[in-house]
Design a protein around this ligand. Structure first.
Ligand SMILES: C[S@@+](CC[C@H](N)C(=O)[O-])C[C@H]1O[C@@H](n2cnc3c(N)ncnc32)[C@H](O)[C@@H]1O
Length: 248
């Protein structure tokens, strides 16, 4: 059973595509005639010219909105598509879940004719710049150390790529790891944590002491004093990157 058959049950409750991030992804795919979305989940960020979604979790597939692209239950490592089947392949916030990322990226290169767009993050920047994992939940950072995709390795696997920073807006509607950087109370909500695999998979027991400290710092006002400068920012760079490869 795919891990998202368990942790994905309430995915759409907190994980709605953010329009600003959607615009950035759409721009990266604008000149593609057709797109396959790999690790598609519930269909966030799929441009209208998406022809197929690949997703291993049945629970995620059943949450795809009516009218979205057809979905096939399969994994990135074995894409059920012929060579050079589509103009572009996209893989958003999914590569860190793959059993064999090298095999999955090789498959993206096999099926795409012109472009591959991957959304992932730089774990070093994330650890340094995101107060939640740096100051409260180092266990979650350690969990991600083991699975985060190294961007230099990803670039090599893609045969070269450019990187675009993906700033996280303060009111980001897609509740991924750092989405609530300016809304710290959200991390105390178990429904929010359930939509963030880094937290859901690290486990409540390991997170409890750090979350208790966060709750205390919010109650006493210490959090707002310590992170006062953050409150004046509309968006921040905590390491999320769009990695874009143009294929020969
Ligand atoms: C955080 S969700 C992201 C979903 C969607 N791309 C989005 O941006 O909302 C990660 C997705 O990757 C999927 N996944 C896990 N292992 C996979 C694999 N080996 N191949 C393809 N997708 C996988 C999960 O089932 C889950 O739906």
């Amino acid at each position: 059973m795919d891990v998202y058959d368990t942790i994905g049950i309430s995915y759409t409750r907190t994980r709605q595509p953010d329009p600003r991030i959607a615009a950035q992804i759409a721009a990266a795919l604008a000149d593609a005639a057709d797109v396959v979305n790999v690790g598609a989940g519930t269909g966030s960020y799929e441009p209208p010219h998406t022809v197929l979604a690949i997703e291993p979790s049945r629970v995620m597939i059943t949450q795809r909105p009516p009218g979205s692209a057809p979905a096939v239950q399969a994994v990135a490592e074995h894409l059920p598509l012929p060579d050079r089947a589509v103009d572009a392949a996209m893989a958003l916030l999914t590569v860190h879940h793959w059993t064999d990322p090298a095999a999955g990226i090789a498959e993206l290169r096999r099926v795409a004719r012109r472009r591959i767009v991957v959304l992932t993050w730089d774990q070093r920047i994330f650890r340094e710049n995101f107060w939640l994992v740096r100051d409260y939940l180092p266990q979650a950072a350690e969990f991600d150390d083991a699975r985060a995709m190294d961007l230099d390795r990803l670039t090599d696997l893609l045969g070269g790529a450019r990187r675009e920073p993906v700033p996280v807006p303060h009111d980001c509607t897609d509740g991924f790891g750092a989405a609530y950087w300016r809304r710290p109370h959200a991390y105390l909500d178990p429904r929010v944590r359930a939509g963030i695999s880094m937290l859901a998979q690290t486990g409540e027991h390991a997170l409890a002491p750090g979350l208790a400290r966060l709750a205390d710092d919010l109650n006493t006002g210490r959090w707002h004093t310590r992170y006062a400068d953050l409150l004046s920012h509309d968006s921040i760079d905590v390491g999320y990157r769009l990695v874009i490869a143009d294929l020969a």
